[in-house]
Design a protein around this ligand. Structure first.
Ligand code: PEP
Ligand code: MG
Length: 559
């Protein structure tokens, strides 16, 4: 099917802004002709075939490692992980077995990858997401074997809109925002790799856009990262006018310098999500009032053994030390397990890790793990003098919250919990009887409310925080905070969406924590609307029939 010459497609908007340019399609597959010419590879024996495999793998892994050196933060971590996955001994063993059984090398690689894809898919969570990476590795290895360039993003001759089914981290990490003006994918949701990297780069991005891969190479596209509309074959002069207007609006946003409040002066705390000391230092340069989510587990992704309390304190102090007077830092205790496997904490072999022993639950069978972490946090808080709040992830019951709060208070710190499980939202008023604050993790709250894996690209329409049922849980939680006079923040991706941020504030949410880069657009948007309008936005979003209708209704109210 081809897309009509002039039409408008619609997907999920994830990074606002208007951009235009010719469609640039990601080179997805190795040419079947090249594979056919290669055939069985004409190797003297199985050892020679495996030597060719090893050379191809080394080239692919070195390529990932080079890109990792040029990247920072999550992109660098993902690329390093991809390099490791390419060199995986288990994968090599499976290829070698297939070759020994008489298969041609390309067939042997395909069969081995297929075998691992099945295993990863069955494991679910982050491992399932690694299927995209594994398939990407296969394409690259096969390209090397048959003597073709590695698939990926071609370098365009002019600034272009990048189109893909979905993007692997290796595709997105080296993107040059001067040459790639926008990203549009057929699949993927608001928490996909594509969305995360696009947010980092600040490139307008629309995901889950049915039909986009049917547009022809070079077709002129206008991408609106706020409405989710992708105009196919529009008028270039009109597009240029929209792009200029959007650029001017974004420049104005960048000048916003906080502190945040609505147009009628109701203050809203804007905070940063950070992963380590360097990201905290970076965030402290933005107009934030501290950190609303320090994901401590991200410091230990490569650790094989649990660091001592003192070692942990050094890491935590590097984050706390970046903030001071009038600011505070919310440290989240280890959220290991499921999509964030940590060698020294995660339980192996769970059937359904997203519903298994993750987050706070890991401390039930290993209380020392929590005690040592809280000791490390206490030492860091005392050393830096920064106001430190501590919250637990994946809290399901009031008893869990009370138990956690007691441990945190015993160390002179302020206890809170994340609201990620619908049970915690429904009992928010009782949770607030035992803790001092709540922080809504909309990524997991959406996953658990909608029973849809946050990593499943085919379920992106469900894993959307604009789903009215998710908003209802947020509204219940915010109302409980208002009644108790305690702070209720949002620290999931929803907080970074300027439109949704207004609706959240209208529900009674008192702080929003997000990637540092998202702070200025959210702050600027809030400064333009009154609390009455925020409340009307909340009502409109809650009453909408689906996420798209909610976005449209709120946009109409705010503009
Ligand atoms: C969330 O679930 O919304 C959250 C902030 O936690 P994480 O994304 O780290 O699971
Ligand atoms: Mg979470």
């Amino acid at each position: 099917m081809t897309t009509p010459a002039h039409s408008v497609l619609r997907g999920t908007p994830v990074v606002p802004g208007v951009a235009a340019g010719p469609a640039l399609l990601v080179r997805g597959e190795v040419s079947p002709d090249a594979i056919a010419r290669f055939g069985d590879g004409d190797f003297a024996d199985a050892d020679a075939a495996m030597a060719a495999y090893d050379d191809a793998v080394a080239a692919v892994a070195d390529g990932f490692a080079r890109k990792a050196d040029q990247a920072t933060g999550p992109a660098a971590e993902v690329l390093t992980a991809s390099a490791g996955l390419a060199r995986d001994k288990g994968l090599r063993g499976a290829v070698s077995k297939n070759v020994a059984a008489g298969q041609g090398l390309v067939t042997a690689v395909d069969g081995a990858v297929e075998q691992f894809v099945t295993i990863f898919t069955n494991m679910g969570g982050l491992m399932a997401e690694r299927v995209t990476d594994l398939e990407d590795i296969e394409r690259r290895v096969v390209a090397h074997l048959v003597g073709e360039p590695e698939p990926g993003v071609p370098t365009p001759a002019e600034p272009s809109v990048l189109i893909a089914e979905d993007l692997a981290p290796s595709d997105t990490s080296g993107l040059d925002p001067a040459l790639i003006t926008a990203l549009v994918t057929e699949r993927g949701g608001a928490t996909s790799h594509t969305a995360i990297i696009a947010r980092q780069l600040g490139i307008p991005c629309v995901v889950g856009t049915a039909g986009i891969t049917d547009v022809g190479r070079g077709t002129f596209l206008v991408v609106d990262g706020e409405s989710g509309e992708v105009e196919v074959g529009g008028d270039p002069a009109e597009a240029q006018r929209r792009v200029e207007a959007s650029r001017a609006a974004r420049e104005e946003l960048a000048r916003w310098s906080g502190p945040a409040s609505t147009s009628d002066g109701i203050p809203v705390k804007l905070l940063a999500n950070v992963a380590d000391g360097p990201s905290a230092v970076q965030a402290s340069a933005e107009p934030v009032q501290g950190v609303g989510l320090f994901r401590t587990e991200l410091c230990f992704l490569n650790a094989t053994d649990e660091p001592s309390a003192e070692e942990q304190a050094d890491i935590y102090a590097s984050v706390l030390g970046a903030f001071g007077e009038g600011q505070h830092v919310v440290i989240r205790t280890l959220d290991a397990g499921s999509d964030k496997p940590i060698a020294f904490a995660t339980l192996p072999g769970e059937e359904n890790p997203a519903l298994g022993v993750r987050g706070l639950r890991l401390s039930f069978g290993n209380p020392g793990l929590m005690d040592r972490q809280l000791d490390g946090i206490r030492i860091a808080a005392e050393r830096t003098g920064t106001e430190t709040w501590v919250m637990a992830p994946m809290v399901a019951t009031v008893a869990e919250a009370a138990d956690f709060a007691e441990k945190v208070r015993a160390r002179g710190l302020k206890p809170g919990i994340m609201v990620e499980i619908p049970s915690a939202a429904l009992l928010a008023h009782r949770m607030l009887e035992v803790v001092d604050f709540l922080s809504i993790g909309t990524n997991d709250l959406t996953q658990y409310a909608m029973a849809a894996d946050r990593m499943a690209t085919d379920l992106a329409h469900l894993t959307d925080p604009w789903q009215p049922a998710v908003l209802q849980l947020i509204a219940i939680t915010a109302e409980a905070g208002k009644q108790a006079g305690k702070s209720v923040g949002v620290c999931g991706e929803a907080a970074a969406d300027p439109l949704l941020a207004c609706a959240l504030v209208g529900m009674g949410v008192t702080s929003l924590s997000m990637a540092a880069r998202a702070v200025r657009p959210v702050g600027a948007q809030l400064s333009r609307v009154s609390m009455d309008t925020c409340e009307a936005a909340a009502e409109a979003a809650l009453g909408a029939s689906d996420p798209m209708a909610g976005r449209d209704a709120v946009r109409a109210l705010l503009h």
